[in-house]
Design a protein around this ligand. Structure first.
Ligand code: SAH
Ligand code: SF4
Length: 428
């Protein structure tokens, strides 16, 4: 979502005469787009700030440093007080005012703007996308779920959906410009609702899929509470809706899920998984897990491991619980000792990696349709692309026959926990 927000900011700035330069050395102003979900994301920004201050501001007093995004929202005026090098602080719903705020900073005054909106979706702003074939498209902003551990509802405000017609129009233009994949973004895409027509996410995604069979559609994130049969059916029905569902479960313990305010049980979660697996064969399901939530016992942790074994996710983002001020969980004692959190997280990671590896081994001998992306990082003669199930596939492309944006069928010959390797058997 921050990638897409950065493209929106770049578009706003460009429209008011600013240019993007290649390095911070050449810049008049540098803006850091930030995430507040976990403490280490914020610590990285603070380190980067100090670096910029040291490298650029000490040499040029007029150099502007701006913090935008969730950290701006969370720290507000304090960020300016705390870090003297910061000139502007702009929250996620204030980007339209950015050129004016930067002018204010250029004239020597600090600027702070962190008002949250209930309606802002930047609907009329075409993000300044860099080249490539994949585009991010935010279909909604904010979140109303208030999971106990999560800062997002506080830093991004209330949930609001972008009008369906303009999303369809923007996607159509993207396809005509050569984009071959769009990822629809929202904190909880299943609760998308077009104000004008009342259309829900399954309708939106089917209309976008109908733009062209050559356009792949991805989406993230789905909340298990709002995942419904219509959506599962729609994914099954359209070959160009990718067969990958990211469905964060967070924990395998009903007690912890309740404390997290996730509003589903393990049993409900498993029933959705069953439906997905039976309706969409060969689909990939991925998840997010938090290890060491307040009061998590060894038994709760074992239940999470059990759930991983039972579902057999293709992949997972796995995190150590990070207390976030202002959230409900922050008021609970962070009572799982650090070394226990780390040990549990490592057990989760090791188990998940071995499952991912086993699942990838099953791909050997299969033919997967791959959207060709770019040369692989490791070898010049090899290229990479992704399968519909979002697996990275590497294949030889010595004469550069296959170009970015082509669809090829690849016979899988080898695999690791993260990557599949194969040979093209057919170009489409
Ligand atoms: N809206 C999405 C994801 C939001 S943040 C969803 O509900 O799934 C992405 C992930 O970060 C979450 O799924 C959760 O696993 C993790 N996360 C959020 N807050 C966290 C915290 N305080 N500590 C550790 N992980 C956290
Ligand atoms: Fe955070 Fe929960 Fe909203 Fe996801 S659904 S952004 S985890 S509050």
């Amino acid at each position: 979502m921050n990638f897409n927000d950065t493209e929106i900011v770049a578009s706003i700035m460009k429209n008011s005469g600013w240019e993007i330069v290649a390095t911070p050395e050449e810049a008049t102003a540098v803006l850091l787009n930030t995430c507040s979900v976990r403490e280490n994301a914020e610590s990285r920004v603070i380190r980067r700030l100090k670096q910029y201050n040291h490298k650029f501001k000490k040499l040029n007093k007029r150099y502007i440093i701006g913090i935008i995004g969730c950290m701006a929202e969370r720290f507000n005026q304090h960020l300016v007080d705390l870090e003297n090098s910061v000139n502007v602080v702009i929250g996620p719903d204030e980007y339209r005012r950015m050129p004016a705020l930067l002018d204010q900073a250029l004239s020597g005054n600090k600027a702070v703007a962190v008002e949250l909106s209930t309606v802002e979706t930047y609907d009329d702003i075409i993000p300044l996308r860099t080249e490539g074939i994949s585009a991010w498209l935010s279909i909604m902003r904010g979140c109303n779920n208030f999971c106990s551990y999560c800062v997002v509802p506080y830093t991004r405000g209330r949930e609001r959906s972008r009008p369906m017609q303009s999303l369809i129009e923007e996607t159509r233009q993207l396809f005509h410009k050569g984009f071959r994949e769009v990822t629809l973004l929202g904190q909880n895409v299943n609760s998308y609702k077009d104000e004008e027509t009342g259309s829900t996410f399954d309708i939106l995604i089917s209309k976008i899929a109908e733009i062209s069979p050559l356009l792949r559609i991805r989406f993230t994130t789905s909340h298990p509470r709002d995942m419904n049969d219509n959506l599962i059916q729609t994914i099954a029905q359209y070959p160009n809706i990718c067969k990958h569902i990211h469905l964060p479960v967070q924990s395998g313990s009903n007690r912890i899920l309740k404390k997290m305010n996730r509003r589903y049980t393990v049993e409900h979660y498993l029933s959705i998984i069953d439906k997905i697996k039976s309706t969409i064969p060969n689909s990939a399901i991925t998840t997010d897990i938090i290890a060491g939530y307040p009061s998590e016992t060894e038994e709760d942790h074992q239940q999470t491991l059990e759930l991983l074994k039972q579902v057999r996710f293709s992949g997972a983002f796995m995190f150590k619980y990070s207390p976030r001020e202002g959230t409900r969980a922050f008021d609970e004692p962070d009572d799982v000792p650090e070394e226990t959190k780390i040990r549990r997280l490592n057990e989760i990671i090791n188990l998940q990696n071995s499952i991912s590896k086993e699942l990838n081994q099953l791909e050997k001998g299969r033919v997967l349709e791959v959207l060709v992306e770019a040369p692989s990082k490791k070898k010049q003669q090899e290229w990479m692309g992704r399968s519909s199930s979002n697996k990275v596939v590497i294949f030889p492309n010595p004469q550069g026959i296959y170009k970015t944006g082509d669809y090829v069928d690849v016979l899988i010959k080898k695999s690791t926990s993260a990557t599949l390797f194969g040979e093209v058997v057919e170009k489409k």
